[in-house]
Design a protein around this ligand. Structure first.
Ligand code: SF4
Length: 74
């Protein structure tokens, strides 16, 4: 899947595109358990969406103006 990555790096260490991948995987394949498993295995604590400090730096960098902070909470 194509990932642009303009939002990176995140000062808090969040793997923003990776979190979107996990979210998309869960919904596209209707496999929340599988997505959670991959998340627990492949993401460090810092890379997880819950580590987002809501600083807003990524919002300024996103050419598509995606509300990344809100998505990280989801
Ligand atoms: S809003 Fe969250 S995800 Fe975006 S740069 Fe700040 S800490 Fe990282």
């Amino acid at each position: 899947m194509h990932r642009c990555g303009y939002c990176m790096p995140c000062p808090a260490g969040v793997n923003i595109p990776g979190n979107f991948d996990a979210y998309n995987y869960a919904h596209l394949f209707d496999d929340l358990a599988g997505a959670r498993f991959r998340y627990s295995v492949f993401f460090t604590e810092e890379q997880r969406a819950g580590h987002c400090a809501a600083c807003g730096e990524c919002l300024e960098k996103c050419p598509q103006k995606i509300e990344i902070r809100d998505w990280m909470r989801r």
